[in-house]
Design a protein around this ligand. Structure first.
Ligand code: SF4
Ligand code: SF4
Length: 214
């Protein structure tokens, strides 16, 4: 049964029949499109006759300098001895919303480390460059660089492994991208951290040496 209409001042009954919307004359002539077209035409002639400053970048001859927090191609960082810093804890893969990180772990000969990744792959065509893997990593083993050159000729090429992800220890730390724990890190501070890594590596080396004969 149809409910009673509210008999209140200012309250109208909800319409119960459907009527096709009638277009105005301007809409029939597509006139509402004109403001958008005029913006396009203004930009077209502005760029054609260079009547204003052009922001076009002639890539790849010219390259844009992005923020140090830019999230580009991933990097797997290494220890001073060249081994991968990743301890195969799977935190990055677990946090990845695109499910695009594949890790296969193996036992690390160094008893202080426990595990390392035999296989570490990122499917770059599935990655959404959110940086969650970098946020999750407890070892700063995965970071994101300023590199935005990611062109692939086949689907297989887009799945990058350790060979593409690992950078040598001497990689220029000032060119690094997104590292949430060191957002404002300067080159000087990066050098200090490297010296600290060297000290740890030297101490481990001394501990592994056989004791001198008495
Ligand atoms: S950036 Fe985001 S989507 Fe890409 S691998 Fe890391 S967590 Fe996954
Ligand atoms: S979170 Fe870091 S240490 Fe753990 S598996 Fe990922 S890259 Fe390796």
């Amino acid at each position: 049964m149809r409910p009673e209409a509210l008999d209140l001042p200012g309250v109208q009954e909800h319409p119960r029949t459907l009527a096709p919307r009638r277009m105005t004359l301007a809409e029939k002539l597509y006139l509402p499109l004109l403001p958008g077209l005029l913006v396009t035409i203004r930009h077209f002639f502005g760029n054609l006759f260079r009547t204003r400053k052009s922001y076009t970048i002639e890539y790849p001859e010219q390259r844009r300098q992005y923020s140090h927090r830019y999230r580009g191609h991933h990097i797997l960082t290494t220890r001073p001895d060249g081994s991968v810093r990743c301890v195969a804890c799977y935190l990055c893969a677990t946090n990845c919303p695109a499910d695009c990180i594949h890790i296969e772990a193996a036992e690390q000969p160094d008893v202080n480390v426990e595990k390392y990744p035999v296989v570490y792959e990122i499917d770059m065509l599935r990655c959404v460059f959110c940086g969650y893997c970098v946020d999750a990593c407890p070892e700063e083993a995965i970071i994101m660089s300023n590199n935005y050159d990611m062109a692939f000729y086949s689907r297989e090429q887009s799945i990058v492994g350790k060979a593409d992800l690992m950078k040598p220890y001497t990689f220029d730390a000032t060119k690094l991208g997104y590292r949430p724990y060191y957002p404002e890190e300067a080159g000087e501070r990066a050098a200090m951290r490297r010296q600290a890594f060297d000290l740890v590596a030297a101490a481990r080396g001394r501990a592994a040496e056989p004791p001198a004969a008495a």
